[in-house]
Design a protein around this ligand. Structure first.
Ligand code: H79
Length: 458
């Protein structure tokens, strides 16, 4: 039988890995190594789309259309780590042995778990979907999981409640699409650190992932999104590098049998239906061919799980990231971390609501659009379109008149959604736009054409 604790050897490896991580981040070794910064994580996560295995598992463009229309989701990181309140990497960072860590389950009895309140918070932002952590790298399953190694699940916590059942039902009641996050890796297994040296433990480790993914995709009705994370091994490499161990094409073939239309991210090591970009670093570059999703936490502490430090990302920055994502064929998944009682901190609720006032007011330029027809110019502008309208989102005016490239279709009218009159001229050389009253964050100008917008990026 596999050892239930990480073990001395595992802890020694964990310590040297923490040291390597600190070196990798270019910093001195702190007393309690923090989780890597979002930017470092994003950089460490190489785009997996090169892993071309099993293209037949990909959804058709028609089956991806709802996800591309949806644009905005709310992510929820919640688990035992909300109790120590040092972030979801607490077990690993503080070198807590599995036998010690599991005692947190005896204290896990949230007093205010209200999935409808979570879903209403998501709706208030204008989100169309949610994704909730069913099981993070610590191995604790928030659901009823007979397949959990050593019964480390919500039914064996003080709460004796299947929180994922509650979440799925609550999200559906609030008319949100349902996403499940699942991490194949589990720090409790020594084989995670030495997969080739501990074949028996490795087999149990892999079996747990297959069995839990089976549980999640057969017992909760229709699942809209499956969001994997942590498919790598031994704290090295990428998710795709570990495909020889997880066989993600087999895992996801099972998923497709159970949930033919579920939208899958690439972090099982299989290329997935969309790409994931983690962290709140600026979004730059041209419109991306494969649908993708920017994800980050609303708090700036670096953690995704609950922490007392509730300093938040400024609202304007949130708006700009959303514009930068949508104008480049991306969605955005913003994370909240409920506390140990299940309550999303008040500041995060307020920020979602304030963001929702803006996404609601200007929704026609964002939701159910497609990017283009013009390539975005970093920090300056980007475009979306729908029907016969182009929406120009201007984040910064380099000059009083913004010069857009030429367009082979006729612009009939230019209207500012953010207020003030617009002057425009269209010549074979391009389109010039000028507004009397630019918005301090995002001036949105609608160009109405004489026919449906023609692009090659839809
Ligand atoms: O759940 C949140 C984070 O806890 C989780 N993803 C979001 C959604 C996350 N876990 N790990 N990471 C993000 C990135 C970790 C990267 C590193 Fe490594 C781990 C850097 C060094 C060790 C894996 C192994 C990537 C490079 C080497």
């Amino acid at each position: 039988m596999p050892d239930t604790r990480t073990g001395i050897r595992g802890r020694a490896i964990a310590r040297s890995v923490a040291l390597l991580m600190a070196l990798y981040l270019g910093s001195a070794v702190p007393a309690a190594p923090p989780a890597p910064a979002d930017e470092a994580k994003a950089a460490a996560k190489i785009d997996n789309s090169a892993a071309a295995l099993a293209p037949e598992l990909k959804l058709s463009p028609a089956d991806m259309a709802w996800w591309r229309d949806a644009k905005l989701g709310v992510f929820v990181h919640w688990g035992l780590y909300a109790i120590p309140a040092k972030g979801e990497w607490y077990m690993f960072n503080a070198h807590v042995p599995a036998a010690e860590y599991r005692k947190l389950a005896d204290q896990f009895k949230p007093r205010h778990f209200d999935p409808d309140a979570w879903a209403r918070a998501a709706r208030s932002a204008g989100a169309r979907y949610m994704v909730v952590t069913t099981r993070h790298h610590d191995g604790f399953a928030l659901f009823d999981s007979p397949a959990s190694y050593d019964h480390f699940d919500a039914m064996h916590s003080a709460a004796h409640t299947d929180f994922i059942r509650g979440y799925v039902d609550g999200a559906r009641r609030q008319k949100l699409r349902v996403g499940l996050y699942y991490s194949p890796l589990d720090w409790r297994f020594p084989a995670y650190f030495d997969v080739k040296g501990l074949p028996e433990n490795a087999a149990a480790f892999r079996k747990q992932t297959y069995d839990q993914i089976s549980e999640l995709t057969t017992r909760y009705g229709k699942i809209d999104i499956l969001w994997y994370d942590g498919g790598w091994l031994a704290h090295k490499g990428t998710d795709a590098d570990a495909a020889w161990f997880w066989h993600p094409e087999i895992l996801n073939a099972m998923v497709r049998r159970n949930q033919p239309k579920v939208v899958i991210n690439p972090r099982s090591g299989w290329q997935g239906d969309f790409n994931t970009e983690e962290g709140s670093a600026p979004i730059t570059g041209p419109i991306r061919a494969k649908p993708w999703e920017k994800t980050f936490s609303l708090t700036i502490s670096g953690a995704w799980g609950y922490m007392p430090d509730q300093r938040l990302m400024p609202l304007d920055r949130l708006k700009m990231l959303f514009v930068d994502a949508v104008t480049r064929n991306g969605n955005m998944l913003v994370n909240v971390g409920p506390d140990a009682d299940g309550v999303i901190p008040e500041g995060q609720i307020r920020l979602l609501k304030a963001f929702g006032q803006w996404t609601g007011r200007y929704g026609e330029s964002l939701f159910a659009t497609r990017p283009g027809p013009f390539q975005p110019v970093d920090d300056v502008y980007g475009t979306t379109h729908r029907g016969s309208s182009i929406y120009v989102h201007v984040l910064r005016w380099p000059d009083a008149t913004l010069e857009l490239p030429p367009l082979g279709q006729k612009v009939l009218r230019a209207t500012s959604l953010t207020g003030g009159a617009v002057e425009f001229r269209q010549t074979p050389a391009g389109i010039g736009l000028r507004v009397l009253r630019p918005d301090p964050v995002d001036t949105i100008i609608r160009l109405d054409l004489d026919g449906p917008v023609v692009t090659s990026t839809d």
